[in-house]
Design a protein around this ligand. Structure first.
Ligand code: S3P
Length: 429
């Protein structure tokens, strides 16, 4: 995709359904009793991988546009897969599904693409093994492909070294099949869609915060059944983030993004934009299916640098590529710290962000847990996405304010989370 600078992005848009919520609706619907009806499901490659895996596990799933009907078979209704489970590029599919599979009376194997098969799985193998699961890295390198055999699970308390919703959710889902209570404490609260949604499905699940500390604990006890639900997936704030950034940095812009999920464990980007001096207004705030939703109005603003660190990081981890782009054109310096998790995303995002910003003429220094960016003017460049969807989208926004042309290499990888990304753009021209 080739892009150049523009002015005046104006209009009203919606963004596709939330990726994290879409994955979970299919997973929980599959192990619930009865039908789960999902509207505004994200038909990105990652969530389609989840559908594919559950079909391979014997679940009937009907697709009709952005609506999906899952014919749940109950907690013990999955059947042995006839094939290796192909998780594609999706870390969420791999880690959450591994939790469910650890509690099944059959063997399974999971494998994904090159990027997925190089991401750390030891972070789930360790707690699942403590629970009595039989899960191993087939190549013994701590990564997928994974091999899971039947095991007899018992509840544990796990003190997670990372604030990771995928790790937390994996353990909680295994906890559905374990004897006794399972709990996970994380250093600060990561996205809590699993806790909110499992509760709606009827699970015995609780959340607690340690007073005077950022630590958060989620606990689950086995239940007899989960019950199918009707769910409308809110717009994905991680997808909205590209248009929030575009609205703030492209001159003469005013964009209204409707129906965006603003769950506080996901909406750190909004606070950062405000701290940077961004003109952002939340309209029509409401709660649907336990999730907070709003319409977001953004207008072109003069941004300035900020420091982003500590327990806000898990609430904006996927938005750091586009935050870095805003920082690159903001007045002054932005420091991002406590974000070492960026190194184990679809790419090492500290490296991919810094390399591509440098190619665009930005003054940026990578650090061990983030980066330091001094704002200025950007120039067009060839962007090496390394097939990372968020890098492709973030640098598409950078291209809109860069002098000269920018080429986003392998931009097709955007299909992982936002197949209609460039179409949404067209609506604002
Ligand atoms: C996700 C959790 C986050 C996030 C990912 C989706 C989820 O990963 O980066 O895009 O749906 O649970 P970690 O749990 O590894 O932080």
């Amino acid at each position: 995709m080739e892009l150049c600078s523009i002015t005046g992005l104006n209009g009203k848009i919606t963004v596709p359904g939330d990726k994290s919520v879409s994955h979970r609706c299919v997973m929980f619907g599959s192990i619930a009793n009865g039908m789960t009806e999902i509207h505004n499901f994200l038909k990105g490659a990652d969530c389609l991988a989840t559908i594919r895996c559950f079909r391979t596990l014997g679940i009937e799933i009907d697709e009709n546009g952005s609506s999906v009907l899952v014919h749940g078979k109950g907690l013990h209704g999955l059947s042995a897969p006839t094939d290796i489970l192909d998780v594609g590029n999706s870390g969420t599919t791999t880690r959450l599904l591994s939790g469910i599979l650890s509690g099944q009376p059959f063997e399974s194997k999971l494998s994904g693409d090159k990027s997925l098969n190089s991401r750390p799985m030891e972070r789930i193998i360790k707690p699942l093994t403590q629970m009595g699961a039989n899960i191993s890295s087939i190549l013994r390198n701590g990564c997928a492909p994974l091999y899971i055999c039947p095991g007899s699970l018992h509840g544990i308390h796990y003190d997670s070294p990372v604030a990771s919703a995928q790790v937390k959710s994996c353990i909680l889902l295994a906890g559905l099949y374990a004897e006794g209570e399972t709990s996970v404490t994380e250093p600060s609260l990561s996205r809590n869609h699993t806790e909110l949604m499992l509760k709606e499905f009827g699970a015995d699940i609780r959340s607690a915060h340690e007073p005077g500390s950022t630590k958060a604990t989620a606990s689950i006890s086995p239940c007899k059944e989960l019950y199918g639900q009707k769910i409308t997936v809110p717009g994905d704030v991680s997808s909205a983030a590209y248009f929030i950034a575009a609205g703030l940095i492209v001159p003469d812009s005013e964009i209204l993004i409707e129906n965006v999920g603003i769950n506080p464990t996901r909406s750190g980007i909004l606070k950062v934009c405000e701290d940077m001096g961004g003109d952002i207004t939340l309209l029509n705030e409401r709660v649907e299916g336990g999730e907070k939703i709003a319409d977001i109005l953004v207008r072109t603003s003069e941004l300035h640098g900020v420091t982003i660190r500590g327990d806000i990081i898990p609430t904006l981890i996927d938005e750091i590529p586009v935050i870095a782009v805003m920082a690159a054109v903001a007045e002054g310096t932005t420091v991002i710290k406590d974000a070492a998790e960026l190194k184990v995303k679809e790419t090492d995002r500290i490296e991919t962000i810094c390399d591509n910003l440098t190619a665009m003429g930005c003054n940026v220094t990578p650090t061990s847990d983030g980066m330091i960016i001094t704002g200025g003017k950007l120039k067009g460049a060839a962007i090496h996405t390394l097939l990372d969807h968020r890098i492709a989208m973030a640098f598409s926004i950078a291209a809109l304010v860069a002098e000269g042309n920018t080429k986003i290499l392998d931009s097709k990888c955007i299909d992982v989370s936002y197949p209609t990304f460039y179409d949404t753009f067209e609506e604002l021209l």
